[in-house]
Design a protein around this ligand. Sequence first.
Ligand code: ASP
Length: 339
Amino acid sequence: MHNIFIIYTGGTIGMVKDETGTFVPFDFELIKRNLPDLSRLNYKLTVHSFSPIIDSSNMKPEIWIEMAQIIKNNYDDYDGFVILHGSDTMSFSASVLSFMLEGLQKPVILSGSQLPIGEIRTDARENMMTALEIASTKHLGVSMIQEVCILFDNKLFRGNRSFKYNSAKFEAFRSPNYPVLVEAGIHLQYNQEALLDNRDKEFILHTRLDDRVAVLKLFPGISPNTIKSILNADVRAIVMETFGSGNTTTDQWFLDLLKEAIDNGKNIVNISQCKVGSVELGRYETSTGLKAIGVLNGYDMTFEAAVTKLMYLQGEFEGQQDVAYWIEKNIRGELTIND
Ligand code: ASP
């Protein structure tokens, strides 16, 4: 019998329409009622429902810490963990959990749906049943999946490589910079080479998150005042979303503002506004100046991974240099360094 721990946080999967026709979260009973097959399966399921159950747009670091703690507390007693979660911020939660759960050797699979489980055409049943099956799959007694993932529309993604790209289709997630880990068709096809193998690692829970992070999304014509207000915010790091392979204007006033912020103790991490490809500092003249003043390379990290990795690293380290060092390293399979 497979032993799976389900953490129910909310999201569309368990929503019902209220009297005004708006979707609101409902308790786990609704899911159980609409999935009678659950009790016929060879699974022993333990369910922990969060209180209150939320739309994932209300997700916050305190809940991430609670989730990670629940997984740690139950780690030895279960084959795997399935987190039912709204899709809106699922990639943030999957990313941050990947950093908080170091050396994970069991599957932690986040899933949900685009249509509530009570709707005729719902994608909830397939998503949930596939998530449960993958969460329980072992080979020679060892979990096939040893990382935090997202299961949606028959695909299993590495959590910290994924982002929500579509709010209208069942195919809500993509991870263009990293291969799909499992494709669910008639068989479950594991992409063995793409999976993390943490067997020689120690499982360590990290629960300190420092959310003093801001975002600077560039556009042609952005004013010095707007940039200043973001750089002067009470934060320790700024995720700077740049053009193409990490390019920005070469105007001196812009580079001076960034340099001043870095000299004042802030880390600036360069990630691209493009969803596919990587930052390559120095490839064009429009990024060589950034490298020279100490802007950090975010490589091909998703926005979600960059923000949550900074929260995690800032929770772990007091100093600017330590955070700067680790943000450019691949610590949980979240970035690819080609140079
Ligand atoms: N607003 C919902 C949520 O993120 C959307 C979903 O679950 O798909 O909780």
